[in-house]
Design a protein around this ligand. Structure first.
Ligand SMILES: Cc1cc2nc3c(=O)[nH]c(=O)nc-3n(C[C@H](O)[C@H](O)[C@H](O)COP(=O)(O)O)c2cc1C
Length: 172
C-alpha cells in the first residue's frame, strides 16, 4: 500500500477477528516502530508484546477506554522512562512517531490497531512488570478486523476538522 493511501485511509479498529497475526508480520510491525527517529536519537522506548489471553483481559482494565485490549490478537505496551513536569516534551513526539510507524505498517498489511490510554499505572505496572522509573502511557491493540469492510470504511462526515480551521497562513 502506498504510504499516502495508508495515511489517508487508516482508521482505528476496536473489534478483532480470531485470525492470528503471522510472526513475521508482527516482527515487521515492531521493526517499523524501532526505525522511528527520535530526539537526539535517544530511542527512549521499550515494547512489551502480550499474546496471553488472560493477560490481555487483565490489561483491558487499565483504562476507561481500554476494553478493546481484551479482544486484541496481540497488544504492544509502549514503555518509556518516566518523565517529570519539567522534562522536555520530546519524548511524546518520539513515542508518537514509533506508534504511528507501527500502526501504519500494520494497516499496510491489512492489520488494524487502536491505542488504549493507561489510567491505572500501578495496575499496568503490576501486570507488565516494568520498573518504577518507567511509565506506560499507551498500549496498542492489534489484530485483523472482525469486520474486513472496516479496512475500507470511509471517514465519517465531520471525522476530521476542516483544514481551514487549523491552517494559518504566515501568522495565527
Ligand atoms: C493519544 C491517543 C489516545 C487514545 N486512546 C484511546 C483509548 O484509550 N481507547 C480507544 O478506544 N481509543 C483511543 N484512541 C483512538 C481515538 O479515539 C481515535 O484515534 C479517534 O477517535 C479517531 O478515530 P479514527 O482514526 O478511526 O477516525 C486514542 C487515540 C490517540 C491518538
Amino acid at each position: 500500500m502506498e504510504i499516502l493511501e495508508a495515511i489517508r485511509t487508516m482508521r482505528v479498529i476496536r473489534r478483532f477477528s480470531p485470525e492470528p497475526i503471522p510472526a513475521e508480520l508482527l516482527d515487521t510491525i515492531i521493526r517499523a516502530g524501532r526505525h522511528a527517529g527520535s530526539s537526539k536519537n535517544l530511542q527512549r522506548w521499550a515494547f512489551i508484546v502480550v499474546h496471553d489471553r488472560s493477560t490481555l483481559e487483565r490489561l483491558s482494565k487499565v483504562g476507561a477506554f481500554a476494553g478493546h485490549v481484551a479482544g486484541a490478537t496481540v497488544a504492544i505496551a509502549l514503555v518509556t522512562p518516566a518523565v517529570g513536569p519539567n522534562d522536555p516534551w520530546s519524548i511524546m513526539w518520539d513515542l508518537g512517531r514509533t506508534a504511528q510507524n507501527m500502526t501504519l505498517a500494520a494497516w499496510s498489511l491489512g492489520i488494524g490497531s487502536v491505542p488504549a490510554t493507561v489510567y491505572d499505572q500501578p495496575l499496568a505496572r503490576s501486570i507488565l512488570g516494568y520498573p518504577e522509573d518507567h511509565w506506560c502511557e499507551y498500549i496498542l491493540s492489534l489484530g485483523y478486523p472482525a469486520d474486513p469492510s472496516d479496512l475500507t470504511r470511509s471517514p465519517k462526515a465531520g471525522g476530521r476538522r476542516p483544514l481551514d480551521e487549523m491552517l494559518h497562513d504566515e501568522r495565527w
